[in-house]
Write a protein that binds this ligand. Sequence first.
Ligand code: UDP
Length: 571
Amino acid sequence: MKIGKNAITVLERRYLIKDENGEVVETVDELFDRVAGAIAGADSLYNTDADRQALAEEFRELMTSLEFLPNSPTLMNAGRPLGQLSACFVLPVEDSMEAIFEAIKQAALIHKSGGGTGFSFSRLRASGSTVKTTGGVASGPVSFMRVFNMATEAVKQGGTRRGANMGILRVDHPDILAFIDCKKNNADITNFNISVGITEEFMEAAIAGRDYALYDPRTRQEVGRLNAKEVFDRIVDGAWRNGEPGIIFLDRLNRDNVVPGQGQIESTNPCGEQPLLPYESCNLGSINLVTVLRRMDDGSFVIDYDKLGRIVKLAVHFLDNVIDVNKYPLEIIDKTTKATRKIGLGVMGWADMLLRMGIPYNSEAAVELAGRVMGFITETGRQESRELARARGSFPLFAESIYADGEPLRNATVTTIAPTGTLSILAGCSSGVEPVFAFAYIRNVMDGTEMIEVNPVLKEVLTERGLYSDELMKKVIEAGSLQHIDEIPDDIKRVFVCSHDISPLYHVKMQAAFQQHTDNAVSKTVNFTHDATREDVAEVYLQAYRLGCKGVTIYRDGSRDSQVLNIGHVK
Ligand code: UDP
């Protein structure tokens, strides 16, 4: 198996089965056997003659070749008693004390099983409005978010991962200003990412400098007005300060709502890539694009679309099976999920693929290729979903879906681009569709020593040209980029661009190119250098809006005390 050293450390720490003394009692091979066997099992629901053994072997090969990996909960829990396999959930929060605390309990059960939850708090009455039964005064969405946050803090996810939440508030909720500022202090509400739910109407009002109305969530009566440009600037200011809040475009999410009769999509999962109806869950999986490159005789790399097509089809079959094998934390989630059978197949290793092909991330050629690759994946994924529908039936709500006039589909959605935070470490490739953050950095190893980590593609290219040395890598670490290092030839500099060498506009263009061919949404952070201005951030929000993105997350370097990735140094 091709799995690397860092991957083994991650697997041992969090994925392999341990006994009651915390000793690892499973090998990496056994993990993939366990997952493959459990997921192949679903085929016997549809075909008693199904050759489960042969399918399990195909699934195992798909994962151990690192061509495709399912999201972390599937790797952790498949074939084990917990059996909860999804990364993403959305829960409704209704406007009553009972319902609010019920949602907290439901979220706790999901977090325990390794899933992340998204909530819209837009139905909660505004702070200061009256409480009928007591005559008291309501404390509003933000104060309840703090309770959700504390509950999350207390539930460490089954000893594996800490709960992650998305909190959304519509821009026309009376508490919107308090919401925009609720994470101003970096130490507040730390288990949430927050996003303002924006409408196109609001964006048009902000562009024109007009007022817009706020509504009482219970009566839908207008209760106030704000200047849209001022609210927009306040959102931008927060994002500029420390990356919060992000924005999501609610009407775009709902334009792609496959079953509008079931209600509105009001939230996404924690990292923003998966819009869901209340009580839906979704399981994700990602294809490692580096594995579909073929080296030609002249040393150049091309995409092997036949191979990519085979991987896509097998991965869709795998993810559809996950829906049946999954043990859902609540009965209603089981029912809602199986009514639409949404899956989210995406990609990782995109930046590494471009490096190998010699295409700069910040080029029109890369943006164009993004559309071609993702278009192919979504189209091929749908074909497989249609084939599955022929054999197993369409998703139960198909007849009332926006696809009802076409050929039956097994899954209401097929593609999603996840961050692949852990999966990309396991696969040893760049994460999701993000550019490489740093080509070389120092890793603190557990025994206190430090080691230099270098992007494998850069190392290979420099070694082939006889240029590689530890000294040179130290210079790269110091500078944070290759762009101003004299010893590195210009043709390498042009291709090996890292996040901060890429203008925010190209970050957005890349996100938009993938979004155009993705059923769900795209997880992407637009990185800014520390000296970026609020106007720069505002410009990116407008670009994302114009280019058809479903949301935007930005991050300005150094704007939080502790950030996951630092140029030069990671823990
Ligand atoms: N997620 C979570 N907790 C975490 C990391 C991720 O709940 O610590 C959920 C969340 O919904 C996120 C999704 O998993 O949007 C996918 O994240 P990622 O692709 O990074 O997960 P991986 O499968 O690589 O662990």
